[in-house]
Design a binder for this molecule. Structure first.
Ligand code: PBG
Length: 329
């Protein structure tokens, strides 16, 4: 009988061997925690469709950020929920808007212990829920929106964000934001571009968290990407890098591992992946029913995202992952 020369099982025999030859590694350094801060509440408000996630008060936000810094999570990304919304989303750039106020709190309390990123978009702030301003016909007006994004970027940088993360998928948004930041003297503020962001049904729980409701029958398919398009995603990634993005993101993560892999190969900047709200909720719901081992599946999913080529992961699992790294070394 003849045997193959290479017996692949040899290197799987012991945990130490498996650790030695592991191709993808997950550590606390890979994690970015998304956090929500809401104007006008006295107590943190749980988000039912995102178990374990809350809308923070200014005080509880700072506390949570301290815990994350203590756990060595390197970064957070902040989303705001204003008390009032309007046609243009003006709370997004108001110096006294909830995100700006919270960014100043974080800067004052934490200094540079954490990288503080700010999601840069208008949907949490507009009364119609779209990511930009509407033209007379009701369509999202690309270029009018770019001007507002520039103002938001300046306000966020002024308030202490060290990274701004435009998520609106307008054409030219990275160039417009870079120019606005540089004009205002914020040339060291970095841009993490939501470069390949798909029109996904997996953002549902997030929209509950930020209280955004699109008019019935409305969607974001004329600015977010078609889930069918892989090459187009890389065109988006390249365009953002050419416009000055310091880092690019693919979102969601697990249904788009091919895009993460392509993005990693196409450009040299760090590639992030966003394990989004629906991905987290599905995991939590199945685990709650005892249908899957939640912790094991979570780890498997994170490692898969790293294996595909992501340099870091935005995930609602950040705190619990960091805690388990601390507990188990
Ligand atoms: C837009 C934004 C969204 C998410 C992050 N930034 C929602 C959307 O595009 O509808 C989704 C994140 C998630 O689902 O976890 N400001």
């Amino acid at each position: 009988m003849s045997f193959p020369q290479r017996r692949l099982r040899r290197l799987r025999r012991t945990p130490a061997l498996r650790r030695l030859v592991s191709e993808a590694r997950l550590s606390v350094d890979d994690l970015v925690a998304p956090l929500f801060v809401r104007e006008g509440i006295d107590e943190p408000e749980p988000v039912p469709s995102l178990p374990g996630v809350v809308q923070h008060t200014r005080e509880s936000l700072v506390k949570q950020a301290r815990v994350l810094a203590y756990l060595d999570v390197p970064a957070i990304i902040l989303f705001g929920i204003p008390a009032s919304k309007d046609r243009t989303g003006s709370q997004a750039w108001d110096p006294d808007g909830i995100v700006q106020v919270a960014l100043r709190d974080l800067r004052d309390e934490l200094g540079h212990d954490l990288v503080v990123m700010a999601d840069l978009c208008l949907d949490e702030y507009t009364d119609h829920g779209h990511c930009g301003v509407l033209s007379a016909t009701g369509a999202v007006d690309n270029d009018a929106t770019l001007e507002l994004y520039g103002m938001v970027a300046q306000a966020q940088a002024e308030a202490g964000a060290s990274v701004v993360a435009p998520s609106g998928m307008m054409d030219g948004q990275v160039a417009a934001i870079r120019a606005a930041l540089d004009d205002a003297g914020h040339s060291s503020t970095a841009i993490l571009a939501y470069a390949a962001k798909f029109a996904s049904a997996l953002y549902g729980p997030f929209r509950h968290a930020v209280q955004v409701e699109l008019p019935v029958g409305d969607d974001r398919k004329d600015y977010q990407q078609d889930p069918a398009n892989r090459r187009e995603a890389i065109a988006e990634v390249r365009a953002d890098v050419e416009e000055g993005a310091d880092m690019v993101m693919v979102k969601p993560a697990l249904s788009y591992l091919d895009v993460i892999s392509d993005a990693r190969a196409a450009v040299d900047v760090p590639v992030a992946a966003y394990h989004v709200s629906g991905e987290y909720s599905m995991l939590k719901a199945a685990a709650e029913r005892g249908w899957i081992d939640g912790e094991a599946v979570a780890l498997e999913q994170m490692v898969a995202i790293k294996r595909a080529g992501a340099d870091f992961i935005l995930t609602y699992l950040a705190r619990e992952m960091a805690e388990s790294f601390h507990a188990h070394g």
